[in-house]
Design a protein around this ligand. Structure first.
Ligand SMILES: [Zn+2]
Length: 191
């Protein structure tokens, strides 16, 4: 089995907000990630305009946190879609939370499970997030990365979100990261 080396991401280079710790899903306030993915993210950050940083919500996600997340998203989605049949609800949960992986299984590198995916946004020099149109872990079609690219007659605020999502995408794509198209905040490093 491949060994994955995880290291702590420090607040020196990045702005950190360990949300799943705040939610009580994780016992640790540390955000861990795979070394090579963190190095790649540091390089990507240098491509941001001066004074801007990445703000990270999550990277390595232990199985117990994934279980708590699936459970919570299931509740949220059930309330949001009261008429949805179980099959559709299951599809929605998998779209936004993924699946609970089998214990000890190491599969692809570009996953939270292996510390190769980041949930992140861009923050200014005072740590304020740029406006992206939705919060992290929004469970609606608005979370799709290209949502604002596809609709006409954007409001001023929506144009702002489109511009800021483009900045995040341009920077990370240029550095070799791959986006999950249903979530503007989810970016993976596969190497
Ligand atoms: Zn993610």
């Amino acid at each position: 089995m491949k060994k994955i080396k995880l290291v702590e991401i420090t607040g020196k280079k990045f702005v950190l907000e360990p949300r799943y710790y705040f939610f009580g899903w994780s016992k640790s306030s540390k955000i861990l990630g795979r070394q090579s993915a963190i190095v790649a993210l540091s390089k990507a950050e240098k491509l941001l305009p001066a004074g801007y940083k990445f703000k990270i919500w999550d990277c390595f996600r232990p199985r117990e946190v994934q279980i708590a997340m699936v459970d919570s998203f299931k509740k949220r989605l059930r309330v949001m879609h009261p008429a949805a049949p179980p099959k559709q609800l299951k599809q929605l949960v998998e779209r936004y939370a993924g699946k609970v992986p089998p214990p000890l299984k190491i599969e692809r590198l570009d996953t939270h499970r292996n510390g190769g995916s980041f949930d992140l946004t861009v923050a200014d020099d005072e740590g304020r997030e740029l406006y992206m149109g939705t919060d992290h872990d929004d469970l609606t079609p608005k979370a799709a990365t290209d949502y604002f690219e596809k609709i006409k007659g954007l409001t001023g605020l929506e144009r702002e979100a489109k511009k800021n999502r483009r900045l995040l995408a341009k920077t990370l794509t240029q550095a070799g990261f791959i986006n999950y198209k249903e979530e503007w905040w989810h970016w993976s490093w596969a190497k």
